[in-house]
Design a protein around this ligand. Structure first.
Ligand code: TXA
Ligand code: MG
Length: 348
């Protein structure tokens, strides 16, 4: 399949939306930017269209998709109820990087969107191109991140092209995405809402609006409440293995030196502060200041992907403080590393 590419400009914007929306309405898959990461969209009411997403991504069919809408009123078409907590969250954070799981109204969406669950994740993105395209298409659009399954999510049109060129009908290029990590997923079908995936809206921000919520990895694990099915798969991983190094500068330096001595080509993924202190190989990538987790989030996927274009055989990364979007940063880094840490305290 030849993938049609559009580069959005002020002049061609409307024409681009019309052409891309036409493909979506015809049951094709088209990638577009959102404020979090790029998504691959397809008509959420059309089973064959949605199947093209799973096929293009190589995504397991038991992992449900998020439905994107241009206007809050559209949500009533395919959910049975909007609990009051969910209403408050929509008012506060939509459009924006928050996906809300709601009870599904049967027979309105293609079955494969929700992978057979009786709930559906919904989000109204805050990106002019996403909103423009969704509005012109006029249909709910199922859209997962536009990466091949298992790879870091795309934060630029080039990343999407790298993964999906020839596999989908079109890609709308709209620059780099702002947040850089996916939306927060919160399950509002539960009495006490549960964060299933940390993301662009922090737990602190959510709790300021609706009070205490259950957070991923803590109470949820204990109660064995349902988690975002997608979280069980390996994710966000570049080709070389990633290991998190917990310790001081000298300890980090020592790990690099030892690995290089053993013949590894070490890629280093750290804050700008640490990058300045390490005498490391040429494959040191600064993610931004560790005092600004938004900077780390913004650069993380791009830098993880960058290593795939270098000869590195091993990536050593710095853990960050889990405050604000730092929680989401560490969730992704932990998964990229498969939970693999080298800790200074263990050695002492
Ligand atoms: O920022 C984002 O959310 C991006 C952009 C494109 O909007 N999309 C995205 O989609 O990250 P995806 O498919 O890569 O991740 C969706 C996550 C998965 O972990 C999935 O398991 C979970 O949401 N999910 C979707 N529907 C669900 C449901 N009904 N119940 C529980 N988890 C659900
Ligand atoms: Mg994804």
């Amino acid at each position: 399949m030849k993938t049609k590419i559009w580069h959005i400009t002020k002049e061609n914007e409307i024409q681009t939306y019309l052409e891309a929306a036409k493909l979506l309405q015809a049951g094709e898959a088209v990638a577009f930017p959102t404020e979090t990461v790029y998504g691959i969209g397809a008509d959420a009411t059309n089973e064959q269209a949605v199947a093209k997403i799973y096929e293009a991504k190589g995504r397991p069919s038991d992992n449900p998709l998020i439905v994107h809408i241009a206007d809050q009123s559209q949500v009533h078409e395919f959910v049975t109820k909007i609990p009051s907590n969910a209403k408050k969250l929509m008012q506060e954070f939509w459009p924006g990087p928050l996906t809300i799981i709601l009870p599904l109204r049967p027979d309105r969406l293609a079955r494969n969107v929700t992978a057979g669950l009786d709930s559906v994740g919904v989000r109204m993105p805050e990106h002019p191109v996403a909103l423009g395209l969704l509005a012109v298409a006029g249909i709910p659009i199922a859209a997962p991140s536009a990466n091949r399954s298992g790879k870091p999510s795309p934060t630029s049109g080039e990343h999407v092209e790298e993964d999906l060129s020839g596999r989908i009908a079109g890609i709308v290029f709209g620059g780099k995405t702002g947040v850089g990590l996916e939306s927060t997923v919160i399950d509002c079908t539960l009495e006490t809402p549960a964060i299933l995936r940390p993301g662009g809206i922090s737990q602190e921000q959510i709790e300021a609006v609706i009070g205490p919520v259950i957070s991923e990895g803590k109470e949820v694990a204990q109660q064995e409440a349902p988690k975002a099915p997608g979280m069980k798969y390996t994710h966000y991983a570049p080709k070389a293995p990633v290991v998190l190094i917990e310790g001081d500068v000298a300890f980090f330096q020592e790990q690099i030196d030892v690995a290089e001595h053993q013949g590894e080509t070490v890629g280093v993924l750290v804050s700008d502060e640490l990058a300045r202190k390490l005498k490391a190989s040429k494959y040191v990538r600064g993610l931004g200041s560790r005092d600004y987790p938004e900077q780390i989030a913004y650069h993380l996927y791009d830098q993880l992907r960058h290593f795939d274009h270098t000869p590195v055989t091993l990536i050593y990364a710095e853990p960050f403080v889990k405050i604000g979007i730092g929680e989401a940063v560490m969730n992704r880094l932990d998964k990229a590393a498969g939970g693999h840490y080298i800790r200074q305290s263990e050695e002492n």
